[in-house]
Design a protein around this ligand. Structure first.
Ligand code: FRU
Length: 518
């Protein structure tokens, strides 16, 4: 509420928000009802925002961050998210909730969790979900600020909690929460009580495992692993993976995920504080992975390669995976935003959205991310071209704000290209490739309001060709390069007029272009 730009919006409803600001003690059900009520008022304002996504998950109003509890339960996919229903700034975290039968059309469900109990009174932080005996279990981190006067990082306590549901809509927190606290691990690990969060649960050989992110007193990141037979009683197994002070792997490992993909084992992490290295790790925090081997007897994950990024854009953080047993694949969804980035949508009563769901594959010792094939359902009004691009041009029928644009460019007779998206008289978002340096870039210096800058990744051509699959929504771009080998995702804030697409070949490009409105 300290946000002057949004005062006008919020003063209208401040009356309703005051009890919450004063931290009136509410039961969980009361707190959920109150949040719901406030959300529906604010939704009327947020709905008017041009930048509110058409086909990506976002909250009806106000702030969201990490995806949580991504799972399949009772015939539907579920995504929960970190949610502050009372403002477009981060605040005491609730869990918002959407569900979908097809991963494409999402429906908002009632808010699932609110921070009302002694052990989670300042936030129900990130976590995951799993089904057992027709019951859905949500595992989350209870966040407590110990010294309210002096709300600093080192005066917090984080513990692991659980809430259960039989209908997948109404969740009841367990009476014996927290189910894991800081006494659970050996003292000599030097884990800080204030940085122990984001449990991700999975099943392996009739045993449940849970990985939790942690920070040590030496300011290094760790992933701790626990096991349980019943999802309620958890036993500490080991430090599953860790960084040393010498490595550039940050000071805290947030949102760990363990995935089995195409017979490979993968540890996905969102480390805070990795320093830039060339064109890598340029965002405030990163999300990426290690391939390796998991030994369930010792609980140790042996890392086999360097930390690799999952997305090279400005905005992709805290991804969560789910094993989609129905379709035998590993899915991932991430927060399409970044901590401390400028978010012009905050002035319009909302903040943050999710990426499109992606399928993970491992090829050539690399994790590939591909858009889920279900998104083809969104395709409308196909326009395609098989052309030789020899000069700067626009192509009839190829323009818009919400679309899927697929291109294969043969660069045998070209040095590269610029592909300008969301173009108006004064705006453009420039995707480019230079054959000499092999650098693929996204530049958002003229992308509209607020944000600027450039992100890049080195891309090898395949038979002199580069292929792009681009998903554009009102305020986002997700660019999948060479069949998911690299991805660049970013928020942009263009005007409604910025619908142009301009092709600028450097030389002669044989191009296959396949465009769909969404
Ligand atoms: C990651 C994160 C998590 C935490 C949550 C709080 O973006 O910082 O570690 O649980 O967000 O909202």
């Amino acid at each position: 509420f300290n946000d002057t730009a949004t005062t006008e919006i919020y003063t209208l409803s401040l009356h309703d928000a005051l009890p919450i600001l004063r931290r009136e003690i509410l039961t969980h059900l009361e707190a959920l009802a109150k949040a719901e009520q406030y959300q529906s008022k604010m939704a009327k304002i947020a709905k008017k925002s041009y930048w509110k996504p058409q086909y990506h998950i976002s909250a009806p109003a106000n702030w969201i961050n990490d995806p949580n509890g991504f799972c399949y339960f009772n015939g539907e996919y579920h995504v929960f998210y970190q949610y502050h229903p009372y403002s477009s700034q981060w605040g005491p975290m609730h869990w918002g909730h959407v569900a979908s039968k097809d991963l494409v059309n999402w429906k908002t469900k009632p808010i699932a969790l609110a921070p009302t109990d002694e052990y989670d009174r300042d936030g129900c932080f990130s976590g995951s979900a799993i089904e057992k005996d027709n019951t859905l279990y949500l595992f989350y981190t209870g966040h407590v600020v110990l010294d309210k006067e002096n709300d600093k990082d080192d005066a917090q306590l984080q513990t692991q909690c659980v809430a259960i549901s039989e209908d997948g809509i109404n969740f009841k927190k367990l009476e014996n929460n927290p189910i894991i606290n800081i006494d659970s691990f050996p003292e000599d690990l030097n884990i800080l009580k204030e940085h122990f969060r984001d449990p991700k649960v999975w099943k392996y050989n009739n045993m449940y495992y849970k990985v939790v992110g942690a920070q040590t007193t030496e300011k290094t990141g760790q992933a701790l692993i626990y096991k349980s037979k019943d999802l309620l009683n958890w036993e500490f197994v080991n430090v599953m993976a860790m960084s040393t002070e010498e490595e550039n792997l940050g000071f805290m490992w947030e949102c760990p995920n363990f995935a089995e993909i195409d017979n490979h084992e993968v540890l996905i992490l969102s480390p805070q504080g990795v320093e830039p290295e060339g064109n890598k790790f340029l965002n405030l925090h990163q999300s990426g992975y290690f391939l390796g081997k998991m030994d369930y007897n010792t609980g140790i994950f042996e890392r086999e390669n360097d930390f690799e990024m999952l997305d090279y854009g400005f905005d992709f953080y805290a991804p969560q995976i789910m094993q989609d047993e129905k379709n035998n694949r590993c899915l991932m969804i991430g927060w399409l935003a970044m901590w401390e980035s400028e978010m012009p949508e905050q002035e319009e009563g909302w903040a943050g959205m999710m990426s499109i769901p992606r399928v993970l594959e491992v090829k050539n010792n690399k994790v590939y991310s591909l858009p889920i094939p279900e998104l083809k359902k969104l395709r409308k009004n196909n326009v395609n071209y098989d052309v030789n691009l020899v000069q700067n041009c626009i192509l009839e029928g190829i323009n818009g704000d919400c679309y899927e644009l697929n291109t294969v460019f043969d660069l045998t007779k070209a040095n590269g290209f610029n592909l300008k998206l969301r173009v108006s008289e004064n705006e453009e978002t420039v995707v480019s490739y230079d054959k000499n340096s092999k650098i693929f870039k996204l530049n958002r210096d003229k992308s509209g309001k607020g944000v600027t800058g450039e992100r890049e990744v080195k891309v090898n051509l395949q038979d002199e060709k580069i292929s792009l699959q681009i998903f554009s929504d009102y305020s986002s771009l997700e660019i999948f390069i060479n069949g998911g080998e690299y991805v660049i995702s970013s928020r942009i804030y263009p005007t409604q007029e910025a619908t142009g697409i301009v092709f600028e070949p450097m030389g002669e490009i044989k191009a296959k272009i396949d465009f769909y409105e969404i």
